[in-house]
Ligand binder design. Structure first.
Ligand code: SF4
Length: 461
């Protein structure tokens, strides 16, 4: 980067921070709409070539309606949460990653003909302090972990390519909370996040989150006490709620991550459950469709077409411009149309497991590249990622985005052609075995998905 680039970067970041500061300060006053409009105008000036005019129109509509649902949500977000965390995290996620980093990543992608991710999912350890049903982490997890130096090196290399967001998974990532805080301290221009069971969040860690400002968490939860603890172990539900209460007392924003299955999909989208989360201070929910990954995966947890339609409609209702709930939520499997289909293989994100293997997706455990032996750029250049890039979108119908779940004939071909090997840390599974479990599901979902897509996108029929 030239000196002029450095100066212009610093000036732009400062302007973004100042506008955010003003918005946070004026969040409760009638001036908030004007500040929000200024911020939107700045983002449109820097990013208007990427987001559609419709997206900016929606943002302006929300900013100009101080009594609307999302204005109210924003006021709550600004009123109830620590201003330093809001400013630091949003500056890194939106300005550094979403705007400036996006353009650097586009240049890198074109230069090397590779996907460059906006976000890295990384497992600092495969160890966990819990014993959830069906999860191997407690028994096997202690065997693999990434050192601070390995994570630091990868993030440094990733930033040079344009990536400024990192989400820790596991195992239980907070088993490594000291190293996570060190990474937050060292990489002041990265937005960090973690999916956690919440049980290791204590006063000391809350103070550390407040101090660094560029990190907060989503607590994994699967429903109310009985269903949640049936899978996660007695007492987890109450401990997860206690972690939420503690973060709220420190004014630290948090979300939840929810795996939905044929058994819990209605409960985890019910008014009662969402009202409970909102009452605890939760600001967003990530919904993940159950994936039958692993030798012992239970395919009865996969959703029927009717159940999946329910999820798609219900999540859109929850986050609607009016009605629903004041909780922002994303359903990765049904929101493909907003991201252009599958986001893996580095297109928007990739996954690094606790052994250092760089995998296309947190659910797709195949790779031929490892950060312990190669640079992050070399890992993105691996053949499986190139095949993802070539194949994406894997289906023009974005309700069928996945090369495993909805297009199970695709992944085994890519794995074979790329020479990638199984990187499953518990028990290696062939891509054929994995995808065989998805065939009935994919065949059942296809006619429903086609009918839905044609009805909602007649211009593409
Ligand atoms: S590989 Fe499948 S599960 Fe992973 S991001 Fe792509 S569509 Fe989603």
């Amino acid at each position: 980067m030239t000196l002029a680039d450095k100066i212009s970067h610093a000036a732009e970041r400062k302007t973004f921070e100042t506008l955010l500061d003003n918005l946070i300060k004026k969040g409760q006053t009638h001036d908030a709409s004007q500040v929000a409009s200024d911020l939107i105008a700045m983002v449109q000036r820097l990013h208007g070539d990427v987001w559609s005019e419709t997206s900016f129109q929606t943002l302006r509509m929300i900013a100009n309606d101080p009594n609307g649902k999302w204005a109210h949500y924003t006021q709550r977000l600004l009123r109830d949460n620590d201003p330093y965390i809001l400013k630091t995290f949003l500056t890194n996620a939106v300005y550094e990653g979403g705007i400036r980093g996006y353009h650097v990543a586009q240049e890198t992608a074109a230069k090397y003909d590779i996907n460059v991710p906006w976000l890295i999912l990384m497992d600092p350890t495969s160890a966990c302090n819990m014993h959830c049903t069906g999860c191997w982490a407690a028994e096997y997890g202690h065997k693999q972990s990434l050192t601070f130096e390995e994570m630091d090196k990868t993030l440094t290399e990733a930033k040079a390519l344009g990536t400024h967001a990192c989400l820790f998974t596991g195992g239980e990532p907070l088993m490594r909370k000291k190293d996570i805080i060190r990474l937050c301290e060292k990489h002041r221009d990265i937005a960090f996040h973690a999916f956690t069971n919440g049980t290791l969040i204590d006063d000391e860690f809350c103070k550390e989150m407040l101090r660094v400002g560029n990190f907060f968490v989503s607590v994994s939860i699967e429903g109310f006490e009985e269903a949640n603890d049936g899978r996660r172990g007695d007492g987890h539900f109450q401990r997860a709620l206690a972690a939420m209460d503690l973060m709220r007392s420190y004014r630290i924003p948090f979300g939840v991550s929810i795996c939905y299955t044929s058994r819990n999909y209605q409960v985890v989208t019910s008014d009662e459950f969402l009202d409970l989360l909102i009452s605890k201070g939760c600001v967003f929910a990530w919904y993940f469709h159950y994936m039958p990954v692993g030798q012992n995966a239970d395919t009865s947890l996969l959703l029927t077409p009717e159940q999946r339609i329910y999820m798609k409609n219900r999540v859109r209702e929850i986050r609607g411009v009016t009605g629903g709930k004041e909780l922002y939520c994303i359903d990765f499997q049904n929101d493909g149309e907003f991201a252009g289909g599958c986001v893996a293989g580095g297109r928007i994100y990739c996954h690094i497991n606790a052994a250092g293997d760089v995998e296309p997706c947190v659910f797709i455990h195949y790779s031929s590249a490892n950060i312990k032996e190669q640079s992050f750029l070399e890992c993105l250049q691996q053949p499986l990622f190139k095949l993802y890039r070539k194949g994406q979108p894997f289906n023009d119908n974005h309700l069928r985005p996945c090369p495993m779940l909805e297009n199970p004939e695709l992944l085994p071909k890519m794995v074979a052609e790329s020479g990638a090997h199984s990187t499953d840390l518990e028990a290696p599974e062939t891509a054929e075995h994995l995808c065989e479990k998805c065939r009935d599901y994919a065949a059942c979902w296809k006619p429903t998905a086609e009918a839905l897509w044609q009805a909602e996108h007649p211009e593409q029929a």
